[in-house]
Design a protein around this ligand. Structure first.
Ligand SMILES: [Zn+2]
Ligand SMILES: [Zn+2]
Length: 182
């Protein structure tokens, strides 16, 4: 009788056999997880998300201010920040993420926008006075002036000042999708 190779039975794994048909790594994983497939931090993350047609809702634990929390590799992350960084890359240190949908449990990267801390505070205040809710790409410059702006390569680009939020929003829409030359 031909002796079989004493290697792990997991497909693609050529490690030396250790126990029950598995190499040491796969045997440990089998004992821990009940299967040999490794779930990446990314896979574990999206398992906790309920994707509705609009917002993608975090279903696991939430912390301060109701933001979702995700623990991986011994660290805790805010879930929306984690989702954003997986999709678009690192958030610059002096920037925060703003929920355009105003739903703190939402981790849909397209509902998140990088803004500086000051602007986020302004927006936060405007949400408290609901009448002052501004469209995407618009911030209040003064009592009766609105500034259109967009983020490009980590910089805020001024698209001009307008008398109404609607005009400012139009300016933003016109620039959207186009590379802005500074
Ligand atoms: Zn193996
Ligand atoms: Zn959302």
């Amino acid at each position: 009788m031909r002796r079989t190779h004493f290697i792990c039975t997991v497909e693609g794994c050529n490690r030396q056999h250790s126990a029950k048909g598995y190499c040491l790594m796969h045997w440990k994983r089998m004992k821990r997880n009940g299967h040999t497939t490794a779930r990446t931090p990314e896979m574990r993350f999206w398992e906790k998300v309920n994707k509705t047609d609009t917002c993608w809702l975090w279903t696991a634990s939430c912390g301060e201010y109701g933001y979702g929390q995700y623990g991986t590799g011994g660290k805790n992350y805010r879930a929306h920040r984690y989702a954003y960084e997986m999709t678009y890359g690192k958030i610059p240190d002096d920037m925060v993420l703003d929920h355009l949908c105003r739903n703190v449990k939402c981790v849909n990267p397209s509902h998140l926008e990088v803004v500086d801390v000051r602007e986020n505070t302004v927006r936060g205040n405007t949400v408290k006075n609901k009448r002052d809710r501004l469209p995407v790409g618009v911030i209040r410059a003064s009592k009766n002036r609105f500034r259109a702006r967009k983020w490009f390569n980590g910089k805020s680009i001024n698209l001009g000042y307008y008398w109404t939020p609607q005009e400012a929003h139009m300016a933003y829409i016109l620039k959207e999708g186009k590379d802005v030359v500074i």
